[in-house]
Ligand binder design. Structure first.
Ligand code: NDP
Length: 334
């Protein structure tokens, strides 16, 4: 497993991170969750991504329990703040000082850890002055509760304003966590150039488009049993925009490209995001330990330029690259 630096920081993270959105505390039982974490560790993954809001706090608890016997210094733990955990009171959402301070304390309690490595603003908060948010993050860092600060789904202008204030407050934003895959490329025109200039990496979510780029969803056919598309806890709803026959038909055109590289389709999807040097890590989910074992083989893969072009051609009608699709909620009403 190869490591990359997180932004212009000294922190090294594994280029594949195990993420537990929609799985731990929800789609999969705790023993399977633990087995997935074990498979990740066995494959050399040391970086784990979660959020307070995943399964209303249960995802953090399950991850913390699964990692409890590991040496803390050998792990890089990412979590996030913005969305509510359970109750949706007026101060349970957003990036106010109150929600950030209560958020980090709740996350550390559920993870059963003294600090997280990366604390991320899960979205931009239009209702809280950015100065208040950044000064609260600075205090979280000074208190030793988070070592580094990042954001998620911020647009280029928000990254610039945030980084300026962070530097004035004596720290730096090291990362942005956007959706990015061969199908969803909205960060390429504006966010990536801004992040490079600002010394920030992308830590990218849903590199497999929630499983769609694994090629297991076939046009005109029902979703495979046990897949996210059949998960009534929430997965079926979040994946549905991708379950369009024209997208699924184009995804199948990637098979010969994967074969030429001797990769499986999931490995090709993950390797694709890692070709971008501004991507520090691909956040990959898994509902079974075998998936983790398969997916980690994407680390270190180089895709030649002519095959990158062939991927573009196969997916062209289904690729989304409009930078205006980098969005945070206009108000913080949950
Ligand atoms: P992926 O695109 O990697 O999708 C993962 C899902 O695909 C798995 O849960 C599994 O679902 C399926 N899958 C994984 N491996 C295979 C395989 N080898 N063969 C077939 N199917 C496979 O990412 P996620 O959508 O799970 O997101 C990854 C992480 O990104 C999250 O855990 C979270 O940490 C982060 N994230 C952040 C967000 C943000 O707003 N910042 C938003 C969303 C995610 P199944 O088996 O059920 O079909």
């Amino acid at each position: 497993m190869d490591y990359r630096y997180l932004g212009r920081s000294g922190l090294k993270i594994t280029e594949i991170t195990y993420g537990n959105w929609l799985t731990h505390g929800s789609q999969v039982e705790n023993d399977v969750a633990t087995a997935c974490v074990r498979a990740a560790l066995d494959a050399g993954i040391t970086t784990f991504d979660t959020a307070d809001t995943y399964a209303n706090g249960k995802a953090e608890e399950v991850l913390g329990a699964a990692l409890a016997s590991e040496r803390r210094e050998s792990l890089e733990i990412f979590t996030k703040v913005y969305w509510p955990v359970g109750l949706k009171g007026p101060n349970d959402t957003g990036l106010s000082r109150k929600h950030i301070m209560e958020g980090i304390n709740g996350s550390l309690r559920r993870l059963n850890m003294d600090y997280v490595d990366l604390y991320q603003a899960h979205r931009f908060d239009y209702e809280t002055p950015l100065e208040e948010t950044i000064s609260a993050f600075a205090d979280v860092v000074r208190a030793g509760k988070a070592l580094y600060i990042g954001v998620s789904e911020w647009n280029a202008e928000q990254l610039r304003r945030g980084q300026l204030l962070a530097r004035e407050a004596g720290f730096a934003l090291v990362s942005n966590q956007p959706q990015y895959s061969a199908l969803w490329r909205v960060i390429e025109p504006e966010v990536i150039p801004a992040a490079k200039e600002l010394g920030m990496s992308q830590v990218v979510w849903s590199p497999m488009a929630q499983g769609v780029l694994s090629g297991k969803y076939l046009p005109g056919q029902p979703a495979p049993a046990g897949s996210r598309a059949t998960d009534e806890h929430g997965g079926a709803n979040t994946i549905k925009a991708y379950l369009d026959d024209s997208i699924l038909t184009n995804v199948q055109k990637l098979r010969p490209i994967a074969d030429e590289l001797s990769l499986s389709m999931p490995q090709l999807a993950i390797a694709w995001v890692l070709q971008n040097e501004n991507v520090a890590t691909a956040l990959v989910g898994a509902s079974r330990p075998e998936q983790v074992a398969e997916n980690v083989a994407a680390s270190g893969v180089k895709i030649p330029a002519e095959l990158m072009a062939a991927i573009d051609e196969a997916l062209a009608p289904s690729i989304v690259n409009d930078p205006a699709k980098t969005l945070s909620p206009a108000t913080r009403v949950a």
